[in-house]
Design a protein around this ligand. Structure first.
Ligand SMILES: Nc1ncnc2c1ncn2[C@@H]1O[C@H](COP(=O)(O)OP(=O)(O)OP(=O)(O)O)[C@@H](O)[C@H]1O
Ligand SMILES: [Mg+2]
Length: 268
């Protein structure tokens, strides 16, 4: 090998040089990649991930409530992490129901209210439901429900009643619900389930796919994309679009939420 080639290979990559956009979908879409980071910074709404040709997929107010349904290990927690970090950075209040302590990175961040004890779930939801009944609040608010166990708990008894109210009246009161679970929540009344107008699917069961899309799952429903590859259905009857969800570590999420540079945090 020529000496000049060897030296050029030893030089660190210049962080200001933007890698070319990909033609198809990325295998991984890290928040710390300069091109993607700039897009996330400049976006008008939180970036869920990137579609074909690096087109950013934003979560706008029109998306309404979001149900993220997926099999274990397909990236649900990472997807919520990216959204929570972006909402906090934007000054949106986040209520995070998280019985399995998946988001300890978000402890004590301004704007964050965590509920991690089962006994507190119904009480917290009832208080929020009371608020939305009395009309639009001041700041935007997002209620995040993390993972199957928490979703099951909030779809039962008094908590389910409060959640149904939130789903019905939240949008006009500036409250959005984002719930991650394994399967379409059968315990919620159908009219409440249907309020999840945006469905994000991460290798879901056939039943959940049918509910979410109104059609049969194609072979690509569980396509070969790795974790973070999901299908987004943003309106009933629309074709599901593939998206590679934004990837960031817990430390990077905390840095981003606080307005410091996530690229300075460990990438693993
Ligand atoms: N968007 C992504 N891009 C790249 N890798 C990802 C992405 N999301 C998840 N991963 C990888 O997959 C692993 C599992 O992700 P995650 O914990 O989000 O899955 P999960 O669906 O929440 O799993 P569980 O059902 O066990 O809670 C992560 O630790 C990470 O290595
Ligand atoms: Mg998880």
């Amino acid at each position: 090998m020529k000496l000049s080639t060897l030296i050029s290979r030893m030089r660190p990559a210049r962080p200001d040089v933007q890698p070319p956009a990909v033609q198809g979908l990325r295998q991984i879409a890290p928040l710390t990649l300069p091109g993607l980071a700039r897009t996330v910074e400049a976006a008008q709404h939180p970036v869920l991930g990137f579609g074909v040709g690096d087109l950013p997929v934003l979560l706008t107010p029109e998306h309404g409530h979001v149900l993220l349904a997926g099999g274990a290990g397909h990236g649900c927690t990472v997807a919520l992490r990216g959204l929570v970090a972006q909402y906090l950075r934007r000054g949106v209040e986040v209520d995070l129901l998280d019985l399995h302590f998946e988001h300890t990175w978000a402890h004590h961040l301004p704007g964050m209210t965590r509920v991690e004890h089962p006994d507190a779930l119904a009480r917290h939801l009832a208080a929020l439901a009371e608020q939305v009944r009395s009309g639009p609040g001041g700041r935007q608010r997002v209620l995040m429900i993390e993972s199957a166990a928490t979703a099951e708990a909030v779809c039962t008894g008094a908590a389910a009643e409060a959640l149904t109210t939130l789903l019905a009246h939240g949008r006009t009161a500036g409250v959005r619900v984002v719930m991650a679970c394994h399967d379409v929540p059968r315990n919620l009344p159908g009219r409440a389930r249907d309020r999840f107008t945006t469905r994000l699917l991460a290798h879901p069961s056939d039943t959940t796919w049918r509910w979410a899309t109104g059609g049969e799952p194609p072979p690509t429903a569980r396509s070969d994309g790795g974790p973070g590859r999901m299908h987004l259905v943003s309106r009933t009857g629309a074709a599901p679009a593939e998206v590679q969800v934004l990837y960031l570590t817990q430390a990077q999420a905390r840095a981003f939420a606080r307005g410091t540079d996530p690229a300075k945090e460990p990438g693993r």
